[in-house]
Design a protein around this ligand. Structure first.
Ligand SMILES: Nc1nc2c(ncn2[C@@H]2O[C@H](COP(=O)(O)OP(=O)(O)OP(=O)(O)O)[C@@H](O)[C@H]2O)c(=O)[nH]1
Length: 603
């Protein structure tokens, strides 16, 4: 924007300020849609003076309407023309809609149900706002659900608060403090909006209801104030500069063919303009055939859904009809190309904006995919916050090729693909069905759930790996050969033993008190049935390969399971808490014997 001429505002001194773009974020069901609907609906009823204008994919609430609703700031010098609300709430819309590599929305409303407080998606939204450094106001919704609340439809907060009983007031205070507490833990200083003295230091919390409209005028006022005080520079606009926008949606319209719903955030876009926009096959240049706006409500009987306009100025939502829009990607920039500018340079700029993914990759880690760059970056950011490393990050659906690539990852806990808001192609599903497939894929459309699922899986895998490793460790065991229970002298020797402590397993070697190994337990039998193991107290018959009674072993001899040095290390350092007291005792006896000559044995 630097070089462009700034148009002087007609209303007040200083450069023209474009309408700030606002997005609504928050946890599911906390009231994002209701709040947006109320803002749209109530400003319609706010009167002829400044009725809202319906845009494509957005709604503009002009300053007049906000003023009328709140009855405030007549004294204030405000040159923000109004607020443009993106009609689709949620942080997916927020991250998808980008402008120059950042967020398209200039400001946000973080919605949180005052009765439920912060939930995982509220925190996720907060992290996204932090990442993009987006100024925001907290709307603490559903105040009318506070027990005993007296409804004052559409009233500013102060007015309705005064009419509430003491208990309700107290309840609201407590709930607001809880929000302030949580936000402070996350590093944000907040305060109820009417107590904020310095908006540069505190984020305003506005108690509202999306059903009764209480507090909504204050919320709008806070947004205007935020834009006016801290964003005016970013909002300065050259209305006669080339139009720059972001593609919200790619839609087929009857009689028009493929069209783009675009939020224009800078300059002017006119019919006949040459534009650059990104498709799945690279950047395309095309000429605008028509620009369309929704028809005003009053003209609902006119057959055509849209009104044609010659040009539009930022910020606004507009439908663009032009040839060759089939493969345009949602979230792509749309740039008008003035005759004086280098078309290749602009194309390159658009290409770079679409392809430049700001994700820190590691030499090892997992593979992530998402439907848009913004979504991918948001996921990556959250993963990094959890200390999860990323090997590769890409936009698009999950293909067979992706899975084959993941299969080459050697570390089993990294042979993973997280697919956020993006589908698996049929050939990828085929690969996953194969029993030999070693890849784990997690699919989801809520970041925290996706990460939770993955981390739970990792924990489970670690437990399994650990358990399998422990399974191979030879456990302590001590037996005594019972008197009169020699059933066979040798090849193998078969004797009756009592397990004095620990757990005797077949396959282990046995050792005498003098450290001499004396053969291997081939089988363990109870009542002539083979058993894999015998616990302390059991009396069993064992076949010992490699020992002869009367030579290496004798009646009343005590024998120990022979545990190699590296197994002792694992037992003493990692498995000790899993051993019962009897086992620990036997292990101690065993190591005392082995450490007689070398105190550092097994350490
Ligand atoms: N009493 C009361 N109910 C509300 C308020 N805001 C929303 N609700 C109700 O809460 C439910 C969810 O509201 P929505 O506006 O759909 O919430 P949302 O955040 O848009 O939900 P998703 O789009 O599913 O994420 C609906 O039944 C609303 O009627 C409010 O301020 N007061």
């Amino acid at each position: 924007m630097g070089k462009k001429k700034k148009k002087e505002s007609q209303k007040s001194e200083g450069p023209a300020i474009r309408t700030p773009i606002v997005c609504v974020l928050g946890h599911v069901d906390h009231g994002k849609t209701s709040l947006l609907d109320w803002i749209r609906g109530s400003s319609v009823t706010a009167g002829e003076a400044g009725a809202i204008t319906q845009h494509i994919g957005a709604t503009v609430v002009p300053l007049d309407a906000i003023q009328k609703m709140s009855g405030a700031f007549e004294k204030l010098k405000v040159n923000v023309p109004g607020l443009l609300f993106i009609d689709t709430p949620g942080h997916h819309a927020f991250t998808t809609l980008r402008a120059r590599g950042g967020a398209l929305a200039d400001m946000a409303i973080l919605v949180v149900d005052i009765n439920e407080g912060f939930q995982p998606q509220t925190i996720e939204a907060l992290e996204i706002l932090r990442t993009y450094r987006t100024p925001f106001v907290v709307a603490a919704t559903k105040v009318d659900r506070i027990h005993g609340w007296r409804v004052n439809k559409n009233a500013p907060f102060r007015k309705t608060f005064e009419t509430q009983g003491d208990r309700v007031k107290m309840d609201l205070e407590n709930k607001t403090y809880e929000l302030i507490g949580t936000l402070s833990e996350k590093g944000f200083n907040c305060e109820r909006f009417d107590r904020v003295s310095d908006f540069a230091k505190n984020i305003a919390i506005v108690p509202v209801s999306g059903v009764t409209g209480e507090g909504v005028p204050d919320l709008l006022l806070m947004l205007v104030g935020l834009a006016q005080r801290y964003m005016t520079e970013a909002l300065e606009v050259s209305v006669d500069g080339p139009g720059t926008g972001t593609v919200l949606e790619v839609k087929e319209e009857r009689g028009l063919g493929m069209t783009l719903d675009v939020i224009l955030y800078d300059g002017t876009l006119s019919v006949g303009d040459e534009v650059a926009v990104a498709t799945t096959d690279g950047v395309v240049n095309t000429k605008i055939r028509s620009l369309l706006k929704p028809r005003p409500m009053s003209e609902i009987l006119v057959e055509e859904k849209f009104e044609r306009v010659k040009s539009v100025t930022a910020a606004s939502g507009i439908k663009v009809s032009a040839p060759r829009l089939e493969n345009v990607v949602a979230g792509s920039p749309l740039r008008a190309i003035p005759a004086s500018e280098d078309i290749d340079a602009i194309n390159e700029e658009v290409r770079r904006e679409v392809e430049e993914i700001h994700v820190d990759l590691s030499d090892e880690g997992i593979f992530i995919k998402a439907d848009t760059i913004g979504a991918l970056e948001a996921l990556a950011k959250e993963l990094q916050g959890h200390g999860i490393k990323i090997l590769k990050a890409e936009v698009g659906p999950v293909s067979r090729h992706d899975l084959i690539e993941v299969e080459t990852i050697k570390e089993p806990l990294n042979a993973v693909l997280l697919a956020f808001n993006t589908p698996l192609l049929p050939d990828a599903i085929e690969i996953l069905k194969q029993p030999t497939c070693k890849v784990s894929v997690f699919v989801g459309d809520v970041i925290y759930q996706l990460i939770d699922e993955y981390t739970e899986w990792v924990e489970e895998q670690k437990r399994k790996i650990e358990a399998a490793r422990f399974e191979r460790i030879i456990l302590p065991a001590k037996v005594t050969i019972l008197e009169g229970c020699v059933f066979r002298q040798s090849n193998p020797a078969v004797v009756g033993v009592r397990v004095l402590g620990g757990k005797l397993r077949s396959g282990v070697r046995l050792m005498r008190r003098d450290s001499k190994a004396v053969g291997t337990v081939k089988t363990i039998q109870v009542a002539q049935e083979n058993v894999p193991e015998a616990d302390a107290g059991a009396e069993v018959a064992v076949a010992i390969e490699g020992a002869t009674v009367g030579r290496q072993i004798n009646e009343k001899d005590d024998l120990y399971a022979y545990i190699p040095e590296n197994h002792v290390k694992v037992l003493e350092t990692q498995m000790i808490s899993t051993l019962n007291p009897g086992m620990r005792e036997v292990l101690e006896e065993y190591t005392t014997i082995r450490r007689k000559d070398n105190p550092f044995w097994g350490k």
